[in-house]
Ligand binder design. Sequence first.
Ligand SMILES: Cc1cc2nc3c(=O)[nH]c(=O)nc-3n(C[C@H](O)[C@H](O)[C@H](O)COP(=O)(O)OP(=O)(O)OC[C@H]3O[C@@H](n4cnc5c(N)ncnc54)[C@H](O)[C@@H]3O)c2cc1C
Length: 467
Amino acid sequence: MSAPARPPEGGASSPGEDVAQRQEGGPVSAPARPPEGGASSPGEDVAQRQEATPVRPRGSVVVLGAGLVGLACAHALQRDGFTVTVVDRGGVGEGASFGNAAHIAIASIIPQSTPGIIGQTIRLLKDPAGPLIVRPGYAARHLPWFARFVAQGTAERARAGTHAMAAMMAQAWDAWQPVLEDIGGGELVRQSGALHVFGSQAALRAAQAAYDLRRSLGVTCTPVDLEQARTMEPALTEQVGAVVWIPGMGYVTDTLALARRLAERIESRGGRILRAEATGVDARGVRTKEGRLDADRVVLAAGAWSHRLARGLGVDIPLVSERGYHVMLAPGSSPLRMPVLMVERKVALTPMAAGIRMASVAEFAAADARADHARAERVFRGLERFVQGLDAEPVSRWVGPRPSVPDSRPILGQAPGAPHVLLAYGHGHLGVTLAALTGRVIADVASGRDPGIDMRAVAPLRSARLR
Ligand SMILES: Cc1cc2nc3c(=O)[nH]c(=O)nc-3n(C[C@H](O)[C@H](O)[C@H](O)COP(=O)(O)OP(=O)(O)OC[C@H]3O[C@@H](n4cnc5c(N)ncnc54)[C@H](O)[C@@H]3O)c2cc1C
């Protein structure tokens, strides 16, 4: 595993600073490794270097799924010399990649299943306004997933999972930087830092061990006094009980624009983005309702819909649809200026280009099941006590599925028994944060390079426990 090029905190960035500004004025970190064949001189611009490096044709790849993960894979593979076709039955970036909270959540290194998970789950399920919703029919069909999820919650497995995730998170920004530079997307992603907000000091004390663990793994998390917190984020009210500042976090200002910018760049280099519904994947390509797409390799990046397609290859890795909801408040509804996580309520707030986004809820239900916005919005109620303006009437509502794996780590690498098919799904709560790193890893695997992360931690069949 390679060491991160720089610590995840990225120095003391001021709120509102975007990645492009950072690159002009601040310390620009080089990518962890030079691209293959690229003898780079120190300080040489990453984009220039990659343009100038002659890439030999490597063959063709069909990427199934035009979410942020699939697009980042296609972008990285294309820069490595592969001819890429991205296929999606919907529009670019309109799956889970559209409606998430858009946080670059480098502090989210602790898996969902930890010691005490059963008690925690029962408490959450008893709360009619709580963020956890389980549709009984769906849960009954996916009992093996839930059993494996609970089995992941031992101290030893949670610790191993946290270490593995921390190592990946430490590379998340370094992976995004050259991508944003190449697509001219610096203004779409801001390394603003973020605040974790609690209703009381007692609630922060209860979470202390988690912050100690994060700190021990290199994530800067600094408790700030309430006056200082309100100076940093004037939208916070007097009711806030405790605040932790995480300078290494950031957010995407417009997730759809980011996906489209990636797609445009891919097309400008001769890649194709096709609209078609895939019915199956095999070692030679993708079957769609409109006909076959043959290729030397396939990348399966269909988010929460990947499981059935993978099963056709004989790969049966438990994956469920863990749906989240958001509401958008009109711009100016709240003076919020940086991403905030309301920790106890598990609601993420984001000051996006189109307005204020409130996102939350883990609803275990079929990806395409009917949305229950009324239930979801109970979770958002009352938060104006802590952040001004959140009682504004929503201007739009959304639901979409997180692709969730029992141990909260993505599935990356060659499909067992079908090495020409590369799997890139299962990013759960963290697909925006890890999309660029995933693209880099998949291109590395396809090109036979060392991906620079511990592939055992994300291997498709990493342990019998996941099978
Ligand atoms: C409410 C919410 C909040 C979140 N907040 C964050 C956050 O703050 N930070 C973070 O990092 N992550 C967050 N996430 C998680 C993140 O959104 C996902 O992990 C990520 O979007 C997954 O990206 P993807 O490309 O794998 O999947 P998707 O974006 O869902 O893309 C999959 C694509 O595959 C296509 N597809 C599926 N089946 C077929 C088929 N048969 N044929 C053709 N095309 C097909 C779909 O149309 C879709 O476009 C959040 C998620 C939710 C729901």
